[in-house]
Design a protein around this ligand. Structure first.
Ligand SMILES: C[S@@+](CC[C@H](N)C(=O)[O-])C[C@H]1O[C@@H](n2cnc3c(N)ncnc32)[C@H](O)[C@@H]1O
Length: 261
């Protein structure tokens, strides 16, 4: 995973309308409060979940491989009161190989960072690292999308798509984001995806910025087997962040709550 690619996305991330509309923050904050902390967020990005967690009184450690995403998170934290800032620790680290020298009551990986891992060895390395950092009575929340077979069958490769509203940056740039699947590897279960940002500057000049990355999809039982193989027992599987059970909606999400098995 070349997280330098997140250089393009980082400054826009918190303004993207569908990201702002996600219903997951309350779910993760509630889980953090129930755990009592400390929490580890793997792939914490710009702090979309991490900062509300710290505001809710819970100590949280965030790791991410993108210095660009972490830089945005740090800038955002500077706007927070000292008591919130002191609950947060950030580190540039790869989810496949990290050693933070402590354990956590809750480890989360919100909004699909795990799907940036393409190879099974990388997935296993990540899950083993997470398990080593989990307290014996701790919980791990793995957050994936549930691959929709009808959507995957319908989506055309190479075609730009998306109907997100345009958003405006604080400096007046207007940004329209679209996406496309550039290539599919049906054997290794991943898509090469492009997020395409068309930026219109206040002087009318436009530029096109592209964030390219591979996105792996996992089906329910594959993820369950992977968790079991890495020493986790699944306690709950939700389809939505309101805790609707898996099977109540399609495709929904794949939100696993696991403990040490
Ligand atoms: C879609 S963002 C999710 C960010 C945040 N968790 C949220 O909910 O908004 C995915 C994040 O995973 C990070 N990431 C990708 N591969 C990684 C790796 N191998 N180790 C750590 N972080 C990684 C990216 O840099 C990015 O910040």
């Amino acid at each position: 995973m070349d997280t330098e690619q997140y250089a393009v996305t980082a400054e826009f991330y918190d303004y993207v309308v569908p990201y702002q509309a996600r219903q997951d923050v309350a779910f993760f904050v509630e889980a953090a409060q129930a755990s009592g902390g400390p929490v580890l967020e793997v792939g914490c990005g710009t702090g979309r979940v991490l900062i509300p967690t710290a505001r809710a009184g819970i100590s949280i450690y965030g790791i991410d491989l993108s210095p660009h995403m972490l830089a945005v998170c740090e800038q955002r934290l500077e706007q927070e009161p000292a008591e919130v800032r002191q609950r947060v620790q950030l580190d540039l680290a790869d989810m496949r190989a990290f050693d933070l020298g402590q354990t956590f009551k809750l480890i989360t990986i919100p909004f699909r960072p795990f799907q940036h891992l393409i190879e099974v060895e990388d997935q296993i390395a990540c899950l083993r690292c997470i398990r080593r950092h989990l307290a014996d009575d701790g919980r791990f929340i793995l957050d994936l999308f549930n691959p929709s077979l009808p959507i995957m069958a319908r989506e055309a490769t190479g075609e730009e798509q998306g109907d997100e509203p345009e958003f405006t940056m604080p400096d007046g740039r207007r940004v329209l984001r679209r996406n496309r699947i550039v290539a599919r590897d049906v054997f290794r279960q991943y898509h090469d995806v492009e997020l395409i940002y068309t930026v219109t500057h206040p002087d009318g000049r436009t530029e096109r910025l592209v964030h390219t990355f591979p996105m792996r999809y996992l089906f329910r039982y594959e993820a369950e087997h992977l968790l079991a193989r890495c020493g986790f027992a699944v306690e709950a599987l939700y389809a939505e962040y309101d805790k609707s059970p898996y099977g109540s909606t399609y495709p929904g999400e794949l939100i696993f709550v696991a403990r040490k098995g």
